[in-house]
Design a protein around this ligand. Sequence first.
Ligand SMILES: Cc1cc2nc3c(=O)[nH]c(=O)nc-3n(C[C@H](O)[C@H](O)[C@H](O)COP(=O)(O)OP(=O)(O)OC[C@H]3O[C@@H](n4cnc5c(N)ncnc54)[C@H](O)[C@@H]3O)c2cc1C
Length: 504
Amino acid sequence: MQTNTKYDVVVIGGGLGGILTAVLLSKEGMNVCVVEQDKQIGGCLQTFSVQKKVFDSCVHYIGGLGDGHTLNRIFTYAGIMDKLELKAYDTNAFDKVAFGMGANEYPLAQGFGNFQEQLLEYFPHETMALREYINRIKTVGDHFPLYRLRMGDADEKAAVSNWGLTDTLNEITDNPLLQSVLTGNNLLYAGVKNKTPFYLHALVTESYIHSSHKVLPGSSQISKYLWQELQNSGGTVLRNTAVTKVVEADGNITHIETEHGEQITGTQFISNVHPQVLLGMLDSKIIRPAYRKRIDGLQQTTSTYMLNLVLTPGTVPMRHHNLYWNATTDVWAAAEYAPQQWPVNYALFFTEDKDNPGYAESLSILSYMHYSEVSKWDDSYNRTGHEAERGDAYETIKAQKAEQLLNKVYERVPELKGNITAQKAATPLTYRDYTGTPKGALYGILKDVNKPAETTIATRTKIPNLLQTGQNVNLHGVLGVSITALATTAELVGLQYLLDKVKP
Ligand SMILES: Cc1cc2nc3c(=O)[nH]c(=O)nc-3n(C[C@H](O)[C@H](O)[C@H](O)COP(=O)(O)OP(=O)(O)OC[C@H]3O[C@@H](n4cnc5c(N)ncnc54)[C@H](O)[C@@H]3O)c2cc1C
């Protein structure tokens, strides 16, 4: 069945990348349709509730939303910035980093000067190293033109893209503890020793040093307001509608097909889904087998187990920072854990109880989890609208993991014990089914400094009217994906033109 409307732009997937690109294009007068498989739009920006407490499925805090910062400018232009209710993190520590049973919790602070000052309390002899570290972070940011919302060329990026994270830190300091502290929150970018590029660490870290915020009551506010903006400019969102086919004829995409048998036609198509998923739906000889093989063979970032807890009111003191814990100072070991060692890392995200200020109403705990631990349920599929049971054995694994993780967290947050009134867990399968990301990979394709060309996905494809957006192009995270939305939009309207509007 073919729908009557021929859209100017059809966007496949309504994650942040898809919906923000749709808003930017609809502001240009284009008739845009976003097709999303889930009941909720937003992809990783979804929320859910347990005992009426709101939980984020993924995004707990966002960098670069402070006045004048890059994401603030983009969201202002998109029309949502003044609608968001933000809670700033502690200026002296947006994150704290801890190791094993060590009592120290090392602060990562907002503001470059403050970042240095807070760490000097623990590393009094590292002034030069910390100065150099900040200098390198700023240098990298300056070499990524879109991060500064300016025009630039690929050579600028190329000049710093080949810096490895571990190598660069070795150049900056020979203090292994300081290196571990600076990368102790590498869950933020799923770092892998000798593979993760320094720029990935630098761009993410810089954004949180600029400003760190939580969106209240949850990150789905971002997608909700973007959706409203899209509607205001005449755009359409089709939810509960999985795209099953992307059809090419005579060199261009003509239409997409959905699980409901509809054909949606358009002039321009933009994919916000993982490149592997796109290629799986795209039947076209223009895409060479070698390219398909390359994309299929790429390593994905590791996946995760998330445990969300509702707490007894007034029992667990609120922390206005996140806590990243690693079993040892070898922060890279976590990605390679053996199942019997689990958990070897975790991050704690607290949400304050409005009725009991100073105490947390809920806590989310994130730890790495390999897809292989749940791959025997590979054939199962369970998300809202497509509910299915995975069976007792799966539930048992989830429950065992919860117990193991809690026992570890109790060592650092003993007040938690006996004060959990409800809990809900997510595994790599949950992430796979809710976002369509293969193997529930935290941030999609793993960036490898040794293979920059192979692990970099372009906005353009070989098919002239098919573009890509989202976390697999450039960088993940709310800031990274929003910047990519600019890059994708610019393919249709021109970059200088767009930047003049975003940064008048
Ligand atoms: C556990 C976790 C925690 C995170 N925490 C943070 C954080 O604290 N701060 C931060 O900045 N970033 C965080 N991130 C990263 C950030 O959430 C993502 O990088 C970003 O939201 C990805 O946006 P996207 O649009 O690229 O992809 P997605 O959000 O994955 O969107 C893709 C969309 O496509 C849809 N889709 C897939 N296949 C189809 C199909 N066939 N038909 C129709 N629709 C389809 C999906 O349902 C989804 O809505 C986190 C990510 C995870 C997984």
